[in-house]
Design a protein around this ligand. Structure first.
Ligand code: COA
Ligand code: AMP
Length: 633
């Protein structure tokens, strides 16, 4: 008998409109769609054309009307402030409606952008939901980005209002957000009309009366706003993600497809039932936070956890188990790096035994490659299935997973398992020819992407086509390389572009190179991702100095490290750079970044056939040894 997964997957490819129409019945519509898939304007496919609906209604009001008014919708657990606060669906709806009214009072209406630069506090979730409630479009920017990065996003999104907070708390440090925000607005050409600021008791900030409004004051005087039904393909949010240059890509998410796919995933991928507690230990600034802290659990009528802390050090490596036990968490979704941190601090899982994890059912990992050691450690320690799954900001939900709600498939270590419904995935060569099982090539998805796939890039339709659709005609390019085995299991091996994955955060080495190249002493540079036991990868810079520069190399390296922190932010984790006489290149001038990364990792490498001057590589190796890299493992 066919497995339920095989059946669902086959149906989704044979009859996509039937499959997704069935899934769409789980969402409340103000007006039903005319066409499930509108393919009249490729490559701009649209799901549920003609439909009208509202995301906030489906995430909140609908559940209040359906009997969940007193069920916790959100539990804010913040070990860094010693706070646990529960918001029922009724309370969260009320607060959201009032903040939506506050936004409307500032002139925010349908299609206007609201930029959200906030720590992990409930107001961040309320601001997101309030924005979509009135048909506006949010753009959340992760707090670990510096003012310059924030400014780039302000200029691209053109927000009418920015919502922020006086500070964030990183472990035992207070990060003052307001100076970063003011700095960013200073750098940006676009100026928002208003900033609404949450004053946190730990470190309130000074407001600028000509521009800033206190959140509490805004909400107290606001008239609650109703949900505005919007078109199915109306953008619900823009989320910037690293591209190969310093200009990030503004991924646009639709309204209907987003909800249909997320709702489907909660039951079928994550095996969750409405009313259960779901926890995604990520940040609202990343896609995982958008989809699985905020939207999916609420669309499904679950209780979601908002965790303001770190897997270790707040106060210890037992905090995940404490939260699972205290709140009855059924499924946890986090990045492998969090488990590597826990494993490092508590290798024998001594802290696990102190908590009652009997209600915990499944651990999901994504955001980077799951190393087998970490997966097996988690399996042993927790005694539950550990499910690796693969997706991207662009898709908004898993492309490849072991859909436990359909019945778990056998796990193969190193593989996130099989393509999810609607994802017709192939591995192809440079000429877009399918490769046989086991051979590594580009991972591509046949168009159209299933519901929730990006509509385009904000203000950049041509860039959307160039970045994702041109190289393999008829397919979406994931920019990941990997292979499929004979049974259709997908193995994701590496990025094919200049993106690296640092602690589950997606970062552009190209953007870092742009920063290094502005140093007055640097003639040429390269940044590569090198292996790191905790974070998976970290960036490492190579600098070629201008002729005649005779300053101490360590001093210049320290300066570029500070520059990356200042321009991109601490999240880049750029901590090391080395000076070299020249960079290894191909005869056509392409820098051999992959070879440099291998040397840094102490891995064997084959001499690239097209190398311009093979004598450069030993020089690179010597320079790397000088800063503690390139040791044979
Ligand atoms: N606001 C301001 N600064 C932030 C920040 C935020 N929201 N998030 C991170 N930073 C800072 C950190 O304080 C750190 O600064 P530092 O260089 O001064 O120490 C820097 O950015 C790097 O942060 P991070 O990558 O989180 O590293 P870490 O060493 O503080 O912690 C882990 C390491 C593994 C514990 C941490 O990366 C983690 O919890 N990862 C979980 C995975 C995750 O959430 N992934 C998201 C995608 S699913
Ligand atoms: P982001 O858009 O930030 O979610 O990053 C997406 C990228 O992270 C993907 O393109 C992959 O390179 C990587 N990634 C995410 N999940 C996995 C996984 N399960 N296995 C391997 N790589 C992953």
């Amino acid at each position: 008998m066919a497995h339920a997964y095989d059946d669902a997957y086959r149906r989704s490819l044979d009859d996509p409109e039937g499959f997704w129409a069935e899934a769409a019945a789980a969402i409340d519509w103000d007006r039903r769609w005319d066409r499930v898939l509108d393919a009249s304007r490729p490559p701009f496919y649209r799901w549920f054309k003609g439909g009208m609906l509202n995301t906030c209604y489906n995430a909140l009001d609908r559940h209040v009307a359906g009997g969940r008014a007193t069920q916790p919708a959100l539990i804010y657990d913040s070990p860094v402030t010693g706070t646990v606060r529960r918001y029922s669906y009724g309370e969260l709806t009320d607060l959201t409606a009032r903040f939506a009214g506050a936004l409307a009072a500032q002139g925010v209406g349908k299609g206007d952008r609201v930029l959200i630069y906030m720590p992990m506090i409930p107001e961040a979730v309320i601001a997101m939901l309030a924005t979509v409630r009135i048909g506006a479009i949010h753009s959340v920017v992760f707090g670990g980005f510096a003012a310059k990065e924030l400014a780039t996003r302000i200029d691209d999104a053109g927000p009418k209002v920015i919502v922020s907070a006086s500070c964030g708390i990183e472990g035992n440090r207070t990060i003052h957000y307001k100076p970063l925000l003011d700095g960013a607005i200073g750098f940006a050409t676009h100026k928002p009309a208003r900033c609404i600021i949450v004053q946190r008791p730990v470190a309130p900030c000074v407001l600028d009366p000509s521009r800033d409004i206190d959140w509490q004051a805004a909400i107290e005087t606001a008239t609650p706003a109703r949900c505005l039904p919007v078109e199915a393909d109306h953008p619900s949010y823009i989320l910037y993600t690293s591209g190969t240059t310093g200009q990030p890509k503004g991924v646009i998410r639709d309204t209907a497809g987003h909800m249909v796919a997320l709702k489907w995933s909660m039951a079928n991928v994550y095996g969750m039932a409405p009313g259960e507690v779901y926890w995604s230990a990520s940040d609202v600034g990343w896609v995982v936070g958008h989809s699985y802290i905020v939207y999916a659990p609420l669309l499904h009528g679950c209780t979601t956890i908002l965790f303001e802390g770190k897997p270790v050090g707040t106060p210890d490596a037992g905090v995940y188990w404490r939260i699972i036990a205290d709140h009855g968490v059924r499924a946890l979704f986090t990045a492998p790096t969090a488990f590597r941190a826990i494993k490092r601090d508590d290798p024998h899982g001594k802290l696990i035994g102190q908590y009652d994890l009997s209600r915990f059912r499944t651990l999901f990992l994504a955001g980077e490659r799951s190393d087998t050691d970490t997966v097996q450690w988690a399996e042993r320690m927790l005694g539950v299935p550990v499910i690796d799954h693969y997706w991207q900001t662009e898709t908004g939900w898993p492309m490849v997973a072991n859909a436990v709600g359909l019945g778990q498939l056998p796990i193969k270590y190193g593989s996130p398992t099989k393509p999810m419904p609607g994802y017709d995935i192939s591995v192809v060569d440079a000429d877009c020819r399918p490769l046989p099982a086991g051979e590594i090539g580009a991972i591509v998805v046949k168009l159209p992407l299933p519901p929730s796939g990006l509509l385009s890039l904000w203000n950049a339709d041509q860039r959307y086509i160039d970045a994702y659709l041109s190289e393999f005609p008829g397919y979406y390019k994931t920019a990941d390389a990997g292979y499929m085995d004979e049974e259709g299991y997908v193995f994701v091996m590496a990025r094919t572009d200049d993106i690296i994955n640092v602690a589950g955060h997606r970062l552009s080495t190209g953007a870092m190179e742009e920063v290094l190249s502005t140093h007055p002493d640097v003639a040429e540079c390269a940044v590569v991702g090198v292996a790191d036991q905790l974070k998976g990868q970290v960036p490492l810079g190579f600098l070629v100095l201008k002729a005649g520069v005779d300053r101490a190399h360590a001093e210049i390296a320290a300066e570029v490290v500070a520059m990356v922190r200042e321009r991109i932010g601490p999240v880049a984790a750029f901590r090391a750079a080395t000076v070299v006489a020249r960079l290894p290149k191909t005869r056509s001038g392409k820098i051999l970044r992959g070879t440099m990364a291998k040397i840094a990792d102490g891995e064997a490498y084959t001499m690239p056939a097209a190398i311009d001057d093979a004598a450069v590589l030993p020089e690179i190796e010597t320079a790397l040894k000088g800063i503690g890299y390139a040791r044979v493992n």
